[in-house]
Design a protein around this ligand. Structure first.
Ligand SMILES: NC(=O)c1ccc[n+]([C@@H]2O[C@H](COP(=O)([O-])OP(=O)(O)OC[C@H]3O[C@@H](n4cnc5c(N)ncnc54)[C@H](OP(=O)(O)O)[C@@H]3O)[C@@H](O)[C@H]2O)c1
Length: 270
């Protein structure tokens, strides 16, 4: 019997990276995982991995910027299983660009995914957990970018995540629902592939050249090399294990924040 046998979890952004790793850990622990994202092929890979690990998973193709999408996701989990025990608001996007020159449409997308979908997902989860009288956990994925002196627009959305999650934690003190902010540092996922300075620095430290990106993404091999370079990038599973730690504590204990950082700072080159 796993810690989450007979329980239901929803994970947004489960088609890759941290979300997929969390879905896998939850599935291994016995949860029925509702795994959401836009890329159906990648979601099928998540379901396959969870099933191979002995868990149960349902893929849910959803554009979280759409009206009602996150509520619909929670409603589906409730309709299919009658309960919701764990909600992991993980989906996120990070676009580069300065405040002086950045594209406001990228700001809108970061706000809608990183902040609004997470907040609506949290609200939907509270209502569902109360309805089924679950001892529940809400996990909101922030970023160490929120702690920078000059966090930029992406970091600002994660600062909002920290503030909203702390407020929800306070609001729910009287409920058997715990709320944790998970703050990853640089992690070897697709998201890190959007940060050429980081990857170039890691590649240079290995004495390698990082080729040009294709369609805005660096080749997977570059990412693999970066992750293999040692503790300058966390792995998605490092973050997933921290999530599992937080949500397997007694319900009368609040793990309010967990920061998951690689042991060394990445070398950054121009
Ligand atoms: N990697 C890092 O260094 C790092 C550091 C700190 C925090 N984080 C945070 O970790 C979380 C997960 O990111 P990751 O690093 O694992 O990157 P990732 O592999 O790119 O995962 C992002 C996930 O979000 C989903 N997503 C994005 N926009 C969406 C939308 N409009 N509708 C539905 N789903 C959407 C993506 O699914 P589809 O593409 O299939 O839609 C994907 O599954 C994010 O909140 C990110 O800000 C990452």
């Amino acid at each position: 019997m796993g810690a989450f046998s007979g329980k239901t979890a929803v994970v947004t952004g489960a088609s890759s990276g941290i979300g997929r790793a969390v879905a896998l850990r939850l599935g291994e622990a016995g949860a029925h995982v509702f795994a959401a994202g836009r890329r159906t092929d990648a979601l099928a890979g998540t379901v396959e991995a969870v099933t191979a690990a002995g868990g149960a998973a349902t893929a849910v193709a959803a554009e979280l910027r759409g009206p009602g999408a996150v509520q619909g996701l929670v409603d589906l989990a409730m309709t299919d299983t009658g309960r919701l025990d764990v909600m992991v608001n993980n989906a996120g996007v990070s676009f580069r660009g300065s405040l002086a020159d950045g594209d406001p449409e990228t700001w809108r997308e970061m706000l809608e995914v990183n902040v609004l979908a997470l907040t609506v997902g949290s609200q939907a989860a509270v209502r569902a957990m109360r309805a089924c009288r679950a001892e529940g956990h809400i996990v909101n994925i922030s970023s160490s970018a929120s702690r920078l002196e000059a966090p930029g627009f992406y970091g600002a959305t994660k600062t909002a995540v920290n503030a909203i999650t702390a407020s929800l934690r306070r609001e729910l003190e009287g409920d058997p629902i715990r709320v944790v902010t998970v703050i990853p540092g640089p992690t070897a996922t697709n998201l890190a592939r959007h940060h050429p300075d980081l990857l170039r620095g890691v590649a240079n430290s290995l004495g390698e050249e990082l080729g040009p990106p294709s369609d805005g993404l660096f080749p997977t091999e570059a990412l693999d090399r970066a992750a293999a370079a040692g503790p300058v990038l966390a792995s998605a599973d490092d973050v997933a294990r921290a999530v599992l730690f937080a949500i397997t504590q007694p319900i009368d204990l609040s793990i309010s924040e967990i920061s998951v950082q690689p042991a060394r700072r990445p070398p950054v080159t121009a």
